[in-house]
Write a protein that binds this ligand. Structure first.
Ligand code: GLN
Length: 214
């Protein structure tokens, strides 16, 4: 662990949305609503500094531009510590660009840029899997553990390959668009751009479980 202190469940959840670039405020609003619907005490905040990682029960990595978010995380010395927390059980949800950052590989597209990835999900992603013809679209998905879900895709990545403990939660057009590996969730779409809180509620329950049981 990078931090010697973990907030106890009785003190309430502290969920940070990495707020360096991208769709941050929508995630904050959704996670706040999800906490209240689940009846879980806690707060959701813009996560921008390394020290804020010392007292945290969950992290959301938003969509945006994965290279920009990743560069900013490194500049602030948050990339390594966050990856380490993810490896030791902290619930992390990465959406769209966030999914790319927590993956193990981005194939050739990412390899040639030298951009580091956290390797929390045993997946290889294709950064812009749906190409120019389908820059953005919406689709009904069957999401394991949630049910039918309206996915909003914007320049979305997809999972090309998967191994180890990582499993698929949803596919679209034969491509994997949602995965989970224990405490880590990766989504190719944007759950913060709907008014359906079920995914954020699921994530809040994972955070509560972590705070109680580690
Ligand atoms: N494909 C984008 C990237 O590589 C992610 C797009 C998004 O987050 N909406 O960063």
């Amino acid at each position: 662990m990078t931090s010697g202190f973990r907030r106890g469940a009785s003190e309430g959840m502290r969920i940070g949305v990495v707020g360096l670039q991208g769709a941050v405020s929508e995630h904050i609003a959704m996670a706040e609503q999800a906490l209240s619907e689940e009846g879980i005490e806690g707060e959701v905040f813009w996560l921008r500094t390394r020290v804020e990682l010392d007292d945290i029960t969950g992290v959301i990595l938003p969509g945006g531009e994965s290279t920009t978010i990743s560069d900013l995380l490194q500049e602030r010395d948050m990339f390594g510590p966050l990856a380490e927390l993810g490896r030791t059980g902290l619930p992390i949800m990465g959406t769209c660009a966030g999914l790319i950052i927590i993956s193990a590989s981005g194939g050739e597209q990412v390899a040639h840029t030298g951009q580091p990835l956290m390797g929390l999900l045993e997946v290889e992603v294709n950064r812009n899997a749906f190409g120019r013809q389908r820059e953005s679209f919406e689709a009904e998905l069957e999401l394991e553990g949630v049910g039918t879900y309206h996915g909003v895709f914007i320049r979305a990545p997809a999972v090309e390959r998967m191994w180890g403990d990582t499993r698929s939660l949803a596919t679209f057009d034969g491509r994997i668009v949602a995965v989970q590996r224990k405490n880590v969730l990766g989504l190719a779409f944007h759950p913060e751009l709907t008014d359906d809180t079920r995914i954020h509620r699921l994530f809040c329950r994972m955070c509560k479980e972590y705070a109680f049981n580690g």
